[in-house]
Ligand binder design. Structure first.
Ligand SMILES: [Zn+2]
Length: 401
C-alpha cells in the first residue's frame, strides 16, 4: 500500500490522543490507545511485522519493522524512525481540534504539526519502502511511542527493547535514529535538556483575624521568588553557553499556597523548570540553584526542595555520527533546507543518544506552530519530509559518496 499524505494526516488528526499531562483526567480524548489501534491494521495492510510494547498501563508503543537485505545481526545496518503518538491538550483552541481542515496549502488540527505530520511522513516513507523493498536497504524500524509530552515513558521503554532478552523487540542497538518533531526540515543535532522539581516553604496556620499567631508561608515564598527572579536574569545565563543551544535558563511555572482566605497559609509550593545546556550535569544544576537560594541574605528560613521530578537529558552534538550529515544533504537536495541547528526544547532524541545511538531530530512544520490554538502544517513540507525519510531509508545501507 502507498499512503496519500493529506488523507493520512487528516485520519491521524481525527483520532484524539491527548496526553493527560500527569493529571487524573478521564475522557475519550485522553491517552494514545485509539491511535495505537489505528496503526495496527495499517501495518497489517503493509504486510510488515509489528509488536505492541506496554510502556505504562493502557499506553503502548507500536513498533513495526522492515527486514533489510542483510540482517542487523550479520552486519546489516539498523535504522530507527521514532515518533510520538500523543499531543498536548486542546483547551483554548480556536479551531476544531479533531476535525481536520485543508485550506490554502495547510492542514489544520491538533497534532498537525506536533507531530502527526511527522508521523504521516514517516509512515508514508515506510509504506513505500515496504512496497518497493529496494536492494541494499537497511533494516528499518518505525516506533510510534507514547507519552513524549509529559514524562518520556514511551521512549524509555523503547530503548530497553534491544536488551538482548529472548523477547527483545530489536535484535540490537540501532546504528542511527531519527526522531520526528517539527524542525522546519532543518536537522536538529543538539537541544537542551530539562529538570523540574517542586520547591516549598512552610509556615504555621492560624485564623486570619489573628495573623500574628501564624507564620505565612506565602510571604516566605514571595521572598524565595525574588531570589529566583534574580537567579533567572543574572545568574543562570552566566553559567556558560552552548554554541548551538545558547545559555541555560530557569523559569518558575506554577504556584500554589493556602486553602482559604480566612486561614494564614501553612505551605506554599512552586514548580521550577531548569533548562540544561548539552554537557551540563543535571545534579549540579539542581544543587547550584538550591545553594544560591539558601545563601541569599533575605532567606532566613528553611526552603524545601523535592527531588528532581522530571528529567530529560540534553542532546549533545558530538555523537550524531554520519546520520546528521547524510540527512542534511538529502534534506538540502529535496527542500533546500537541512541546516544543522540546535533548539531550546527537549525531545525523545536525547534518551536514545544517552544510550549511545547517534540520533537527530527532523520533521515538517515549525515549532512555532506546535501546541498553538490554530495548529497547522504546510502540505509542501509534509511532501518533502516524506521524500526525505524515504531517501534516508534507501541510502543508509550504502557508503557515503
Ligand atoms: Zn512533539
Amino acid at each position: 500500500v502507498l499512503l496519500d499524505l493529506v488523507e493520512t494526516l487528516c485520519e491521524l488528526i481525527a483520532i484524539p490522543s491527548v496526553n493527560p499531562m500527569g493529571k487524573a483526567v478521564a475522557g475519550p480524548e485522553y491517552g494514545e490507545g485509539r491511535m495505537t489501534d489505528h496503526l495496527e491494521p495499517l501495518y497489517q495492510r503493509m504486510q510488515v511485522p509489528y509488536r505492541r510494547q506496554v510502556a505504562e498501563p493502557g499506553r503502548e508503543n507500536i513498533i513495526a519493522w522492515l527486514e533489510g537485505e542483510t540482517p542487523p545481526t550479520q552486519g546489516g545496518k539498523l535504522l530507527l524512525f521514532a515518533v510520538h503518538q500523543d499531543t498536548v491538550p486542546v483547551e483554548g483552541m480556536i479551531i476544531d481540534p479533531w476535525r481536520p481542515k485543508v485550506r490554502e496549502g495547510r492542514v489544520y488540527g491538533r497534532g498537525a504539526c506536533d507531530v502527526k505530520g511527522g508521523m504521516t511522513a514517516m509512515l508514508a516513507a515506510f509504506a513505500r519502502l515496504a512496497a518497493e523493498r529496494p536492494p541494499g536497504m537497511p533494516t528499518l524500524v518505525l516506533a510510534c511511542t507514547v507519552n513524549e509530552e509529559f514524562g518520556f515513558s514511551g521512549i524509555d521503554a523503547l530503548r530497553r527493547s534491544w536488551n538482548g532478552a529472548p523477547d527483545a523487540i530489536l535484535p540490537r542497538k540501532p546504528d542511527a535514529a531519527i526522531v520526528a518533531e517539527p524542525t522546519g526540515l532543518d536537522v536538529v543535532v543538539a537541544h537542551r535538556g530539562v529538570i523540574r522539581w517542586c520547591c516549598r516553604t512552610r509556615g504555621q496556620a492560624a485564623h486570619s483575624s489573628r495573623p500574628e499567631a501564624g507564620d505565612n508561608a506565602i510571604y516566605k515564598m514571595a521572598r524565595v521568588l525574588q531570589v529566583l527572579e534574580r537567579y533567572q536574569w543574572e545568574v543562570v545565563g552566566q553559567l556558560g553557553t552552548h554554541p548551538l543551544c545558547g545559555p541555560a535558563t530557569m523559569s518558575v511555572g506554577t504556584i500554589h499556597g493556602g486553602v482559604s482566605v480566612n486561614i494564614v497559609p501553612d505551605a506554599c509550593v512552586i514548580e521550577i523548570d531548569r533548562r540544561l545546556r548539552p554537557g551540563e550535569d543535571p545534579r549540579q544544576a539542581y544543587q547550584h540553584l538550591i545553594d544560591y537560594v539558601a545563601q541569599a541574605p533575605e532567606i532566613t528560613f528553611p526552603v524545601e526542595h523535592d527531588p528532581i521530578g522530571l528529567e530529560a537529558p540534553a542532546l549533545p552534538n558530538d555523537a550524531n555520527g554520519s546520520i546528521a550529515d547524510r540527512l542534511a544533504s538529502i534534506a538540502c537536495e529535496v527542500s533546500g533546507r537541512g541546516t544543522k541547528v540546535g533548539v531550546p526544547f527537549a525531545t525523545d532524541a536525547a534518551f536514545l543518544a544517552a544510550v549511545g545511538v547517534p540520533t537527530v531530530v527532523f520533521g515538517p512544520g515549525s515549532i512555532a506552530q506546535a501546541h498553538t490554538v490554530d495548529e497547522w502544517l504546510p502540505i509542501d513540507e509534509l511532501e518533502q519530509a516524506a521524500e526525505i525519510f524515504y531517501r534516508i531509508g534507501l541510502q543508509l545501507g550504502q557508503p557515503i559518496r
